[in-house]
Design a protein around this ligand. Structure first.
Ligand code: ADP
Length: 189
């Protein structure tokens, strides 16, 4: 079973590159951001709660996010593996994911971390706002908040996996195809 954490700041290209990983490796793609947005569209209680945090560029609280993610994994009992996109975003989420996956006997295989310069991230998000309809992409102050939250709370998750020998940094600057090739090289055979 191949369980990949695709990591990196907002706008790093996690969603774009996930589609390639899903096709090539037959993985189930779990994006916590997408799941929250589906709940917002559907007007669920979870969506209403998450929206207030997302609109401000803040993280949805760990307990809710962890429970939601675990329930999604449990709904795909026949999956050959997962690509986790946007999760874990805090050290508490990473620790919970380890416990959960170890109990199932399917631990994380690797974390692939996309490195992108901050100016490029901002440009990509503002550009994405033109087509994504995402309010959190359209507002420069919210973009800055998301990058600040990433640096403060999410970046430390890399050392969680580095300690386990599972971390690989991947240059996320360049064309989509170039980055795909770099990811392919970084995935354990
Ligand atoms: P991006 O990577 O471009 O910031 P996402 O779609 O991954 O976009 O996330 C959008 C928002 O959803 C985040 O800013 C946050 O509010 C919320 N969110 C997504 N994943 C998590 C998570 N693992 N923990 C807490 N909040 C999350």
């Amino acid at each position: 079973m191949l369980n990949i954490v695709l990591f990196g700041p907002p706008g790093a290209g996690k969603g774009t590159q996930s589609s390639f990983l899903v096709e090539s490796y037959g993985l189930v793609h779990l994006s916590t951001g997408d799941i929250f947005r589906t709940n917002i569209k559907g007007g669920t209680e979870l969506g209403k709660m998450a929206q207030s945090f997302m609109d401000q560029g803040q993280l949805v609280p760990d307990d809710v996010t962890i429970r939601m993610l675990e329930s999604e994994v449990n709904q795909h009992s026949d999956a050959g593996g997962f690509i986790f996109d946007g999760f874990p975003r805090t050290t508490a989420q990473a620790e919970a994911l380890d416990v959960f996956l170890n109990e199932r006997g399917t631990p994380i295989s690797c974390m692939l971390s996309l490195d992108v310069e901050e100016e490029e991230l901002k440009a990509r998000l503002l550009n994405r706002a033109k087509t994504s309809g995402r309010p959190d992409d359209a507002n420069p102050a919210v973009i800055q908040k998301r990058i600040d939250v990433y640096n403060a709370e999410t970046a430390p998750v890399a050392s969680h996996y580095a300690t386990q020998g599972k971390f690989t940094g991947v240059d996320g600057m360049g064309s989509v195809e170039e980055i795909t090739d770099r990811l392919r090289m970084a995935i354990p055979a």
